[in-house]
Design a protein around this ligand. Structure first.
Ligand SMILES: Cc1ncc(COP(=O)(O)O)c(C=O)c1O
Length: 476
């Protein structure tokens, strides 16, 4: 790393290569010219059917950077984003009056449905009694007890976003271990945590393509491993400079990549052997059940983080720590320097968010709802599976609880590197646009669907029909 004479550090920013266009039609058996032809047709249809969104986007571009309140919103399929008018349960209506089956569900923030009644009631009750007071409320005690019961970790803190929960947890891990580095998985996503916006390229940890203003050379802060590779894991941990391994228990941001048999046992054994804390990020894998993947598969993390759906989309997140971690950080957390500790945020743990979280845990993220959602998720998976079998398109489908994803390879990738090598942006964009034009919202950047307690068997079958039509159109 080099410092120039203005004091800024410069370093060899070996950015990840740009996603390549998949030319090899043997990968997906789809003719590229057919994709272009269908894209032109679907784009015309999109523009014809969304004149109000078009006008709104034009107006928005004059005041909002890129015409949207957050940059990634321009990455939905279509010539411009559709502007939402309202949402309820499993459906969204846009400003052009078109109604969609929503399988994106705020990409997990609303995975238990848009504006569930118990949350609306709880928020209405609390909002007139104080929104944020810099004081704990009784709801926060209830929430702490419930999180301990579900996830098995004794002590909890409340944050505003999963990104923050992860950042704070990394700090705690560095504090406990006095080690600098963190270990993550190639292709992971844990929010805008600097240490994890990285890729593995030719064995080197480099800033992820598109990473805006990486603060330091990420090789200083991060070691990356490929998921499901135990030898690589041991090699990375054996340096004994890794404070924590921050892992999703199954990858959900490069499609869905499930852990192979024995991988979690090895991860726990090796992190203990080399003195590294294990942080499990359950933000997406809460789709496995009321205690997430951790409870379903009896994992034993030192720290567990979570956000997004915890208060049905009202911003809130949480992280839980073990007795071992608590014993080593308590004095520091309570010291005079609390304001400067790097944990916190004025609005964290506010009364409104915590009341919404209590209502969500009590009435929404329930076993009863999962019992309803799981069979529908299985039906959804089977629908896609049958279309793949019957049409012969060499794709596959994976399910993790109530989260389902299909991908354009015949067998599932084992890790982020394999996934990235097979990703077909053009094809994915077309599939999303075909779904949108037929009344279905898929999650942008994924071929992913979430089943909510409001999603019906009819909704699932509607998706299967649209998926079949899209595949048949693709195959010509
Ligand atoms: C696994 C995981 N952790 C954390 C986050 C960050 O969540 P947020 O953007 O709400 O901070 C995400 C976001 O997609 C995620 O997928």
């Amino acid at each position: 790393m080099v410092f120039d004479d203005t004091g800024f550090c410069t370093y060899d920013v070996m950015l990840s290569p740009k996603p390549r266009e998949v030319e090899d039609s043997s990968i997906n058996k789809v003719d590229r010219s057919r994709i272009k032809e269908l894209m032109a047709f679907e784009t015309k249809r999109f523009e014809r059917e969304h004149p109000k969104s078009k006008r709104m986007f034009k107006r928005a571009k004059k005041s909002l950077l890129a015409g949207v309140p957050m940059n990634w919103m321009v990455r939905w399929a279509g010539s411009y984003p559709i502007f939402a008018k309202e949402a309820g349960g499993a459906h969204i209506t846009d400003v052009d009056g078109r109604k969609y089956l929503d399988l994106c569900l705020g990409d997990t923030g609303s995975m238990f449905g848009h504006s569930p009644k118990p949350i609306v009631d709880a928020v209405k009750r609390q909002i007139s009694k104080g929104i944020t007071m810099m004081l704990p409320t009784e709801d926060s005690v209830w929430v702490g007890e419930e999180l301990s019961r579900r996830f098995g970790l004794p002590y909890w803190q409340i944050a505003m976003t999963a990104t923050d929960a992860n950042r704070f947890s990394i700090r705690l891990a560095r504090e406990v271990t006095r080690r600098p580095k963190i270990l993550a998985v190639n292709g992971c996503y844990h929010g805008t945590v600097d240490e994890t916006l990285v890729n593995l390229v030719k064995g080197r940890t480099v800033p992820r393509g598109g990473n805006i203003g990486p603060p330091v050379d990420p090789a200083v802060t991060t070691r990356l491993v490929e998921f499901n590779d135990v030898d690589m894991l041991e090699e990375a941990l054996a340096h004994e400079d890794v404070a924590c391994a921050l892992f999703e228990p199954a990858m959900t941001n490069r499609g869905i990549i499930l852990p192979e048999k024995g991988y979690h046992d090895a991860l726990r054994k090796l992190t203990r052997k080399y003195g590294t804390l294990l942080i499990i990020d359950e933000t997406h894998t809460i789709c496995c059940g009321i205690g997430g993947y951790t409870a379903a598969y009896k994992l034993k993390p030192d720290i567990l983080t979570m956000g997004k759906p915890l208060a049905s989309g009202v911003p809130v997140a949480a992280f839980g720590i073990s007795q071992f971690v608590a014993d080593r950080v308590m004095d520091r957390i309570l010291s005079d320097g609390t304001d400067e500790s790097g944990l916190g945020g004025t609005l964290a743990g506010n009364a409104l968010a915590v009341s919404a979280m209590r209502a969500t845990l009590e009435k929404v993220i329930t076993k009863r709802n999962f019992d309803k959602m799981m069979p529908l998720a299985e039906r959804f998976e089977k629908g896609i599976h049958d279309v793949i079998e019957e049409t012969g398109i060499p794709w596959h489908v994976v399910r993790l609880g109530v989260r389902i994803e299909y991908h354009n390879t015949p067998t599932p990738p084992r890790n982020g590197g394999e996934y990235d090598a097979s990703k077909d942006y053009e094809l994915e964009n077309l599939m999303h646009l075909m779904a949108l034009n037929r009344g279905i919202l898929m999650t942008p950047f994924h071929n992913m669907a979430l089943i909510s307690p409001y999603t019906s068997a009819n909704d699932v079958d509607f998706h299967t029909r649209v998926f079949r039509e899209s595949v048949e159109l693709l195959l010509g």
